[in-house]
Design a protein around this ligand. Structure first.
Ligand SMILES: C=C1C[C@]23C[C@@]1(O)CC[C@H]2[C@@]12CC[C@H](O)[C@@](C)(C(=O)O1)[C@H]2[C@@H]3C(=O)O
Ligand SMILES: O=C(O)CCC(=O)C(=O)O
Ligand SMILES: [Fe+2]
Length: 309
């Protein structure tokens, strides 16, 4: 954990595109207008909350109990399970009992299905074909996806003298889509375009969705890969479970021609392997897409002056 030298600025009302930010977009997946609302949320924030998601409550509660049990074990026991192994991609299912593997698998397959449905609704909302243009990457047998359980113990205020403690530093997720659920403890914050961090009220019955860097590239920057972080709670422990849906390692990632409509491509093509290799060498807070951006030529405005874009 990192101690911030200054308290973080947390604004709940912020200006976005000259309008007041009223909160995290909430999308009811069972409603007929959800496709266009999903597209709007991905364009404006790259972050939203979904309800009527179809993930059975039983899978969620079982996984949460498993996580609580696991994180309460002594460190030596946790190390045996391999979850704190130096390999950052160590899978949560290593050395778990068969019953526990069933719980993790049940949850992950259900969340993956929901993530793919959202990706298909996004393709429909964007009016691009085929409908599975994004979801097929995550559905692929070779999809390089990760599932992660995080535990943030409480950090009492008196001990840290009112300073905000960062539990997970600011970053964007490199994959296509991330599906996050947490217990009812706050901590997650997202960065708005105006530079303000907003705290996301926890909601254990909903899922929070992040656009990942790869989806930002495929939409040529139309969808935003949101910068987020976790601040430790002073009194309660936070448990989160995140599914990161990624493409196969050999998949070429580039802006989709059907979305460019004569625009220049903002990014050069890369394979997910290339991006991931570079991402995993980067610092957590780095702008990882920077080195894949194309230099934009100066453009000419209506008054025929050269302006730098
Ligand atoms: C510092 C790092 C941790 C991270 C790999 C990286 O080198 C940069 C990206 C980080 C991140 C952020 C989103 C996910 O939590 C994660 C699993 C991922 O795919 O990229 C983490 C990586 C990690 O914790 O290993
Ligand atoms: O634990 C959380 O709530 C968010 C963690 C996160 O952003 C990540 O693991 O990439
Ligand atoms: Fe993240």
């Amino acid at each position: 954990m990192v101690v911030l030298s200054k308290p973080a600025v947390i604004e709940h009302l912020s200006l976005v595109n000259n309008t007041i930010f009223h909160g995290v977009p909430l999308i009811d997946l069972s409603k007929p207008d959800s496709n266009s609302l999903l597209v709007k949320a991905c364009r404006e924030f790259g972050f939203f909350k979904v309800i009527n998601h179809g993930v059975p409550t039983e899978f969620i509660t079982k996984l949460e109990s498993l996580a609580i049990h696991f994180f309460s074990l002594p460190l030596s026991e946790k190390e045996k399970a391999g979850l704190t192994a130096p390999d950052p991609l160590a899978m949560a299912t290593r050395k778990l009992a068969p019953m526990e593997i069933c719980i993790v698998n049940g949850y992950v397959s259900s969340v993956k299905k929901m993530a793919c449905e959202i990706l298909e609704m996004l393709a429909e909302g964007l009016k691009i074909e085929p409908r599975n243009i994004f979801s097929k990457l995550v559905m692929d047998e070779e999809s390089d996806s990760i599932f992660r359980l995080n535990h943030y113990p409480p950090c009492p205020d008196d001990q840290f003298k009112g300073r905000n403690l960062i539990g997970f530093g600011e970053h964007t997720d490199p994959q296509i889509i991330s599906v996050l659920r947490s217990n009812n403890t706050s901590g997650l914050q997202v960065l708005l375009k105006d530079g303000n961090w907003i705290s996301v009220p926890p909601d254990q019955n909903s899922f929070f969705i992040n656009v990942g860097d790869s989806l930002q590239v495929m939409t040529n920057g139309m969808f935003k890969s949101v910068r987020h972080r976790v601040v430790a709670n002073t009194s309660k422990s936070r448990i989160s479970m995140i599914y990161f849906g990624g493409p196969p390692l050999c998949e070429k990632i580039a802006p989709l021609p059907s979305l460019m409509k004569g625009e220049d491509s903002l990014y050069r093509e890369f394979t997910w392997f290339e991006y991931k290799k570079s991402a995993y060498k980067s610092r957590l807070d780095e702008n990882r897409l920077g080195r894949f951006e194309k230099l934009q030529p100066p453009c000419v405005n209506k008054e025929r002056k050269i302006v730098l874009s």
